[in-house]
Each structure stands twice: as structure tokens, then as C-alpha cells.
Design a protein around this ligand. Structure first.
Ligand SMILES: [Ca+2]
Ligand SMILES: [Ca+2]
Ligand SMILES: [Ca+2]
Ligand SMILES: [Ca+2]
Length: 377
């Protein structure tokens, strides 16, 4: 979305240049985007200066934070030097360089963390480094897709990197249907322009502006970008909380191996790959339950879903009229007795499934196992 907007702006600029040239002979030069390394250096200097010349005036009981410039001669302790909320950093790879992003954790939260492609519900306020507020949800929850897609997409790359460091909290739906949130994660992120709008000027923000966002993480929704029945966060194979699409080799010329979750190594990350293990069987096919093993069959409850969930699911006690039980998760390749013990294991003489094949916590699920289903002969 960000990119789309950016090209759109360029297009308008192009039209303006053409019409200029018709009316006079002035030389008009399209200014290329600044060098990312140089701009990051400048932005980082500005952010460090901000952190050393501003202080936390207040964090109230609702985790609203007020940051204020230290007045001349003031003895307030800067954000940089204070220890109530230690400054933290995350290294972020983007546009071929590694940014060190500073953020404050006011509270971690007690719930679950989004991955960087999930949908989040947040209350936030955005500031320029001079303290000017340019946007705010005014304390209300707003929903955003961290992947930047759709009408609720986030345009700021920094959000997808910092929100996963926080957790949701608890919520209560009132009689009026409005949710009240508590125990949520709350923080502040200090973003270089390369992880915000970079060369694009937008609503009250000049091009190349570092941005500060205060935020609360109220809720998340899990997404499944390749529609294979496995959520993005479950396709985070190295379990670092992040998945990445590095197919754009201009934006990502040399991605660190530590950020890649690509089981079959074909350059398409698992969360976008229809066949994660590259064995010729789609993940969707591999996690589909066998015919005759859906619902109650012969007194055995196999669960109502057509597909195995990642792990077994227990019944939700708050929905007494529905049984959500899924007794089996995505299995590993079967490890029971051979169908015909006299013959070798093969597609025509498979092993039988045993309970542990669906339940063992560290099992290599079949959609990530190149050796199963049995290779086509
Ligand atoms: Ca998926
Ligand atoms: Ca990962
Ligand atoms: Ca792949
Ligand atoms: Ca497969």
C-alpha cells in the first residue's frame, strides 16, 4: 500500500513536470530518493538527540505517556538516562540496511503477541520529533493490518517490527457492546524515516521525518496469507515472532539467514508458499482429514473441521451449544505398525497412525516433512 501510494505520487509529479516544460524552458529534475544509509545516519542522530533532550513527564494509570522537552536549565532525567522504562532496541533489516530501532516498554501485556503480518487493534498517537502531534486515535481502538494491505493497512514498516514485541491484555464486553481493555501492552517507538514514510510527505509530515508513536496493543487477529489452513504465526519456523517476504530483491538485496522461514528453500517463505516442504503435495491437501474422519463417526469424535488444526483444540466452555473439540492436531508421518508387516513401508504399504502422531508436541508435521506423503512413484 505504501509503495502504491508512493508510485501514485511520482505519477502526479511527472504530469506536473510535463506541463511545466510546456509553459517554459526551465530545467526540471526529478529528485531521486535519498540514500538509505545516509538518511538513516541523519535520522539516528536526530532520534538520539530527541531521547537525550526529552523526558517522561508522566505515565498515568491508563498507560498514557506524556513526553516533554527538558527546559533550559531543567534537571529532569532524559528518556535516554532514565531507568524506570529502560530503552530497548530491535535490529530491523529493510531496504538493504539494518536499522536499530529504539522503543520503550511501559508494560509488556499479559496476552498474546501478534506476528508482523497479523491484524492488530491499537490506540495510538503519532508525534514528530519537535513534539507536534500529527495523528491520534484519541484513546480508541483502531484496527490495522500490519502487512500494509487493504484499506486498513499500516503504511509504517516500523509498526510491524515493534508491535510483535508486545502482548495484548484482557477485555470485557460491556452491556453496550463496547469492549474495555486492561493488562494490555503499552509502549513508545522511535522510528527513523526509513521505517516510516521516508521520502513521501503526507498529512502534516514532511518527507524524511523520523516519527514517535505511543501505543497500546488491545487485540489481534491471526491471518493466513497463503490460505493453506495454517496461520502465518504458525509458519514462523524459527519461532522468532516474525515472517518475511524477501522476494523483492531491490528492497531486500541480502536478507540475513536468521530471518528466513523457508522450509523448502525455494525463496518463497512458508507463510506464502502453497507447498511448504516442496514435496509436490500442497499444504492444504496434507492437512485435510481423511474421508470418514470428520465429526462423530462410530462413537469417536474426530472434530467437525475438514482440516487438522495445528494442535488439538479443547471445547470452549462459553459456547455450550457448540462443541469445538478437535482431538487431533496436524500429524507427523505415521509411526505405527506397517499395514503388511512382511513388506517394506511404501505408499501402498503405509504405517498406521498412533495417537502420539497427532499429539507429540515437537512432532514434524507432515506439511513440513519432505518425506511424506510418500513420494509419487
Ligand atoms: Ca498459511
Ligand atoms: Ca521467523
Ligand atoms: Ca518455500
Ligand atoms: Ca507439501
Amino acid at each position: 500500500m505504501n509503495k502504491f501510494k508512493y508510485y501514485f505520487v511520482l505519477l502526479l509529479a511527472g504530469i506536473a513536470i510535463v506541463s511545466c516544460n510546456k509553459s517554459d524552458d526551465d530545467e526540471v529534475v526529478v529528485v531521486p530518493l535519498r540514500d538509505y544509509t545516509e538518511q538513516y545516519k541523519a535520522d539516528n542522530d536526530s532520534i538520539l538527540k530527541y531521547l537525550k533532550t526529552n523526558y517522561i513527564e508522566e505515565v498515568n494509570a491508563n498507560f498514557d505517556i506524556k513526553i516533554t522537552k527538558i527546559p533550559a536549565g531543567g534537571t529532569q532525567v532524559s528518556i535516554w538516562d532514565q531507568t524506570d522504562y529502560p530503552l530497548q532496541t530491535r535490529d530491523v533489516y529493510n531496504d538493504g540496511i539494518t536499522y536499530t530501532v529504539y522503543y520503550l516498554s511501559l508494560r509488556q501485556g499479559t496476552g498474546v503477541s501478534p506476528c508482523n503480518y497479523d491484524r492488530i487493534s491499537t490506540a495510538y498517537t503519532g508525534y514528530l520529533l519537535d513534539g507536534t502531534q500529527f495523528d491520534s486515535s484519541s484513546g480508541l481502538a483502531r484496527t490495522f493490518d500490519l502487512d500494509g494491505a487493504g484499506t486498513s493497512g499500516v503504511f509504517v514498516d516500523g509498526w510491524k517490527e515493534i508491535f510483535p514485541k508486545f502482548k495484548t491484555g484482557t477485555s470485557v464486553i460491556g452491556a453496550d457492546g463496547v469492549a474495555t481493555y486492561d493488562n494490555f501492552g503499552a509502549g513508545v517507538m522511535f522510528l527513523p524515516s526509513g521505517l516510516a514514510y521516508y521520502g513521501e510527505a503526507t498529512d502534516g509530515i514532511k518527507a524524511y521525518s523520523p516519527l514517535v508513536f505511543t501505543f497500546k496493543l488491545f487485540d489481534i487477529a491471526r491471518l493466513d496469507h497463503d490460505f493453506d489452513g495454517v496461520f502465518d504465526f504458525q509458519e514462523d519456523i524459527n519461532n522468532d515472532g516474525y515472517v518475511y517476504d524477501f522476494r523483492d530483491t531491490v528492497k531486500y538485496p541480502n536478507p540475513p539467514a536468521s530471518l528466513i522461514d523457508d522450509t523448502d528453500g525455494d525463496g518463497i517463505a512458508d507463510f506464502l508458499d502453497a507447498d511448504d516442504d516442496g514435496d509436490g503435495f500442497t499444504t492444504f491437501y496434507e492437512i485435510t482429514k481423511p474421508a470418514g474422519q470428520i465429526g462423530n463417526v462410530g462413537g469417536i469424535n474426530y472434530g467437525i473441521s475438514t482440516y487438522y488444526p495445528w494442535d488439538p483444540i479443547v471445547d470452549n466452555p462459553t459456547t455450550p451449544n457448540t462443541d469445538e473439540t478437535e482431538p487431533r492436531g496436524i500429524p507427523r508421518r505415521p509411526t505405527g505398525d506397517l499395514t503388511d508387516p512382511a513388506k517394506a513401508e511404501s505408499a501402498t504399504n503405509p504405517r498406521k497412525y498412533i495417537d502420539a502422531d497427532y499429539l507429540e508436541p515437537t512432532r514434524l508435521r507432515i506439511h513440513l516433512d519432505k518425506t511424506y506423503p510418500y513420494k509419487k512413484q
